[in-house]
Design a protein around this ligand. Structure first.
Ligand code: NDP
Ligand code: ZN
Length: 352
């Protein structure tokens, strides 16, 4: 098989490898469509995970099953499937404890383009096929199905972790595709006023379509000060973080949060950094301001539930897709777009 890989940190290219071996509970998939993620950029160009060599990139895809193991019950060759970016080991005790993303070790549910080859291959391997794949509903086109791998589950998880509820005032920091889905998650959870923090015109336009009531540009000064000013010093109930950095963003989030409020972070921070915020803004340690951070939950049930949001028109993933490429060979072009983030980009998709 052929795949688009991180040859070493900072260097990418197509490589050839043997097809992956299919164990009794596994599946081998041919991609129908794939999408690059900002996380691929962190991995390749920012050394965020540490060194990897000749590792095929990508964790957003839908595809057609080529082969299944002898114990797979609900899927067969030829089936079209949704594939979550996170494919936990459902037998692990952490899965039983409710933290399947941390099965096989912290973040060990994240297998594609982390601890094994990802989905930017002419074939890719899925562990625990019955537990992790979902049938692709006929109503969802393959490009949009790629948004169900990571953007929709990750963004919605930010809102879930923060516990957004009816009438909440919410700030969403970062309105790339992940932040836009966090925003949509907040709206679906019943948020009242929703601040969207970003600057690129296309993302601002789509943030309004997904339900943002106020736009804050972080280039115009401190985010917390802008949002505190807009709320007469009261602040917000929930902050969802899908952009910014470890050094400044949590300080803003903690500062703008009301006592009792909570933060849902899905931003991928650089493992070499420290998260910094002011203890006074955190009620000198006693302000009941909670910080949650999580990898998107994966697995089949989650995929089926989120697909129902798309099929029934609660989330329109087509608004996220600004660039479409035809052909597997175009994966490097899509990665380059994600690397340089032109003003008109939200998310590129490659139809294979
Ligand atoms: P984008 O780069 O498309 O979006 C980032 C957003 O953050 C943009 O709106 C950008 O604004 C904004 N931003 C940039 N700098 C600042 C700043 N200093 N203060 C406030 N906002 C800022 O990223 P994605 O939406 O693709 O991904 C977001 C993050 O989520 C990434 O770190 C990604 O790796 C991570 N991720 C996490 C997953 C998980 O499971 N937890 C899974 C998938 C992704 P502007 O409009 O100016 O560009
Ligand atoms: Zn991702």
């Amino acid at each position: 098989m052929r795949g688009f890989a991180m040859i070493e940190p900072g260097k990418t290219g197509f490589i050839d490898k043997e097809d992956p071996k299919v164990g009794p509970r596994d599946a081998l998939i041919r991609p129908l469509a794939v999408a690059p993620c900002t996380s691929d950029i962190h991995t390749v160009y920012e050394d965020a995970l540490g060194p990897r060599q000749n590792m095929i990139l990508g964790h957003e895809a839908c595809g057609v099953i080529v082969e299944v193991g002898s114990e797979v019950k609900d899927f067969k060759p030829g089936d079209k499937v949704l594939v979550p970016a996170i494919t936990p080991n459902w037998s692990d005790v952490y899965s039983q404890a409710g933290y399947a993303t941390d099965s096989d070790g912290m973040l060990g549910g994240w297998k594609f383009s982390n601890i094994k080859d990802g989905v930017f291959g002419t074939r890719f391997h899925v562990n625990d096929a019955d537990g992790n794949l979902a049938h692709l509903p006929a109503e969802i086109d393959p490009a949009e199905a790629c948004m169900l791998s990571d953007m929709i589950p990750t963004g919605l998880h930010a809102s879930e972790m923060a516990g957004v509820t009816f009438g909440d005032t919410v700030a969403v920091i970062g309105i790339g595709p992940v932040g836009l889905m966090a925003l949509r998650g907040a709206v679906l959870h019943g948020a009242g006023r929703v601040f969207a923090v970003g600057s690129r015109a296309k993302t601002v336009e789509v943030a309004k379509q997904y339900g943002a009531t106020d736009i804050i540009d972080y280039h115009n000064g401190d985010i917390a000060d802008q949002i505190l000013a807009a709320t007469n010093g009261v602040g917000v109930d929930k902050v969802l973080i899908a952009g910014g950095d470890a050094e400044h963003t949590f300080a803003d989030a903690v500062k703008m949060l009301k006592p009792g409020g909570s933060i849902g972070n899905v931003n991928y921070l650089n493992g070499h950094d420290n998260v910094v915020f002011n203890a006074g803004d955190w009620g000198v340690g006693m302000g009941h301001k909670t910080i949650h951070g999580g990898l998107m939950p994966g697995g089949r049930l989650r995929m089926e539930k989120l697909a129902a949001l798309v099929v029934n028109g609660r989330i329109d993933p087509s608004l996220l897709i600004t660039h479409r490429f035809e052909g597997f060979e175009k994966i490097p072009d899509a990665i380059e777009l994600m690397h340089h983030k032109p003003a008109d980009l939200i998310k590129p998709v490659v139809i294979c």
